[in-house]
Design a protein around this ligand. Sequence first.
Ligand SMILES: [Zn+2]
Length: 250
Amino acid sequence: MDVTIEPLSCGTLTAGRSMFEAGADDTPRSLPVPAWLIRHGDDIVLLDCGMHHDLVGAGPAREVVELFFGLEVTSDDLVASRLGEAGVDPDEVGIVILSHLHFDHVGGLAQLPNARVIVQADEWAAGFDADLAAANTFNPSDFDLGHDVVTVGGEHDVFDDGRIVCIPTPGHTPGHQSLRVRLSDREVVLCADCAYFGETLDGGPLPPIGHDHEAQAASLIRLRAMRAAGTTLVPGHDAAVMASLPARLD
Ligand SMILES: [Zn+2]
């Protein structure tokens, strides 16, 4: 059984560094927005799915994002376009694992009508709790679209073969999760927003925003322990790391 990972480039968000790293100055930093195409034999899985198509071009949705970020997203950056480039029909995507419910991770769900969504139960509940949704800037119109949703609590082995395993890494949001993928000869964890950057994994500052900093710090300790045991950690929004990745990890 071959399992491979292909990073999909789904746009860029830019803001002053202080938005992403507590105590930093306001020089701009650009964050790539990736989605991750994972092929498990003939099964097509995504981890996260980029931004909503309404953010392409002018309009009220884009204006809200641009209150906080410089936004680069073209029609080519939408998940359906990137899947097409990879030879995958969006209708073929059977599973979308959501790391969490922020707009740059879930907006593409609107283009994936047949996907079953796998998300931590705490995250999904927060998405529909008025106070937690507001505090975490969740927008139910991004994800409350009638998909078949599987909510999980804790580790979840997606195919019961140890190859693709959701691992809870709460803190950035209430039910944030990362994804452990066993390739042919090594293990990779796609950290998502538990660690924006390589520096975060090396003990750098957390963002000033976030649901629970202590929980996020504890999640990072667990990820670092995995790295010490040989696992490759891929941070969620690091331009240099993204540029260094091959088109396909196998
Ligand atoms: Zn996030």
